[in-house]
Write a protein that binds this ligand. Sequence first.
Ligand code: IPE
Ligand code: IPE
Ligand code: MG
Length: 257
Amino acid sequence: MKEKRKKSLNSSQSLTNSPVLNTEALPYHVAIIMDGNGRWAQKRFLNRIKGHRKGAETVRTIVRTCREIGISILTLYAFSTENWERPRSEVTALMALLKKFLESEQKEMLENNIRLNAIGQIERMPEDIQAALHQTMTVTENKTGMLLNLALSYGGRSEIVRMVREIAKKARDGEIDIASITPALVSENLYTRGIPDPDLLIRTSGEIRISNFLLWQIAYTEIFFTDTLWPDFTKEEFLQILNGFKRRERRYGKIES
Ligand code: IPE
Ligand code: IPE
Ligand code: MG
């Protein structure tokens, strides 16, 4: 994995000489809780939907930036299992925005060698969204420059429940021994199967909580909270956080020898 990481970093040269960013210490996998769209709109006496629309522009900027600087995996928390309980008009508007995003970004994903993946209860999404997702995932399936992983109708607890059911079924059917249930097997039965855990998690909007995101996967992730509302989040602030990440000492419970 170390070798692979180095290679992907070296292959993206566009910002390598930039004084703002040391690409040597980039996180391999960045996850973001994109929060604060509603408050951004409310502060301007606008409908919350306008905030989501503006937030979609930030998504575009951050996806581009990640691709440019050589981040290998970007996971974005776009819609949680709890978000279904918002007013129907907001849910409908979010779904429409997502569909628009998939349609408008497909060309850019193809041109920039980005593969799309979705994690979460995709079967709960409206059928047209599921179709758009599957279509984009299929046409980008062989892209290797970056993985854009969208968390949709995603909840860490329901992901864990689903994993427990899958493993219990395999144990009941005699496919696995109880003794072979390891952290690696648990990881393989999550939506994020095959995807290394995030190195860096960012949450915007000033809330200091995880809100049911990637509960298992963030065991040793470095976390940054910023007060900036997602629609105001910029490439510059993102690069600053990446520089902050570089200064973190990741000990994984051990001590420096
Ligand atoms: C994040 O912004 C987007 C989603 C959860 C879909 P919010 O809509 O949660 O914005 P705030 O937190 O109300 O400001
Ligand atoms: C987390 O934000 C979910 C997403 C960003 C998609 P929420 O706004 O739903 O979380 P809470 O309600 O502040 O915990
Ligand atoms: Mg919120």
